[in-house]
Design a protein around this ligand. Structure first.
Ligand code: SAM
Length: 221
């Protein structure tokens, strides 16, 4: 498994929302058909919104088991993939998928948490992230990290929940109850990105309820 510059800090945030909580869920993550359906909706929205050149360098941040990147593969020609997650359990699933040939070789799997690790020096044509930002405390820092990771002309795609009433997570959840599209667009511009557009990207179904999902797209000038 490859590692980003933050690898040595892997245990610093083991108790973080993105750490052990997801470690325990990684092995069975793909058994939920709604996760696969919803990832397909996000991938379709990304493919419709941004150019996907041949040999695109793609980073999925908070990739989990790479459901979104996997659904995007039919739209990509010879991509160079990097899948990052701060959960060791998720990274193990990713490494197993690469080893089994389920993701194109050489796909890199990174331990990366932009809230606590330095921004890697690699550059990308597309940075995408789905259902991750509502877990991120230091949103502006992570958005600035995404902007730094993009090459000029590259795109950032963020899929996440629209503002919700707090019912999506348990009471002790310390993250964001979804996002205001307008506020997030302003934060993307403040991070130095341009041409920000936010559109619909389907829904997540949880507890018998539908939660709408947006796709925010921004470009590095
Ligand atoms: C709700 S899951 C979504 C996984 C995947 N993107 C999907 O849609 O199936 C959130 C993922 O983000 C990861 N994550 C949470 N906070 C993170 C952070 N600060 N840095 C990197 N990954 C993080 C978790 O480990 C988990 O795999």
């Amino acid at each position: 498994m490859d590692s980003a510059p933050g690898h040595e800090h892997a245990d610093d945030h083991a108790g973080h929302e993105g750490g052990r909580h997801f470690d325990d869920r990684a092995a069975t993550w793909d058994q939920d058909p709604d996760k696969i359906r919803q990832s397909g909706e996000v991938a379709a929205a990304i493919a419709a919104a941004v150019p996907l050149p041949a040999r695109a360098r793609v980073l999925e941040y908070g990739a989990g088991t790479a459901l979104v990147t996997t659904a995007l593969l039919p739209h990509l020609t010879d991509p160079v993939l990097t899948l990052a997650d701060n959960s060791s359990g998720m990274r193990q699933v990713l490494a197993d998928k690469v080893a089994a040939g389920g993701l194109p070789s050489p796909t890199r799997v990174w331990d990366l948490d932009l809230e606590s690790h330095p921004v890697p020096t690699d550059r990308f044509d597309l940075v995408l992230t789905s259902n991750v930002m509502h877990h991120v405390q230091q949103l502006d820092q992570v958005l600035a990290g995404f902007a730094e990771l993009l090459d000029a002309g590259g795109h950032l795609c963020i899929a996440d929940l629209d503002r919700e009433d707090g019912s999506f997570h348990d009471d002790d959840f310390g993250g964001h109850h979804g996002f205001s599209r307008e506020e997030l667009a302003g934060q993307l511009e403040a991070a130095g990105l341009t041409d920000v557009q936010v559109g619909d990207a389907g829904k997540v179904v949880k507890g018998g309820r539908d939660y709408s999902v947006f796709l925010a797209v921004a470009r590095k000038a």
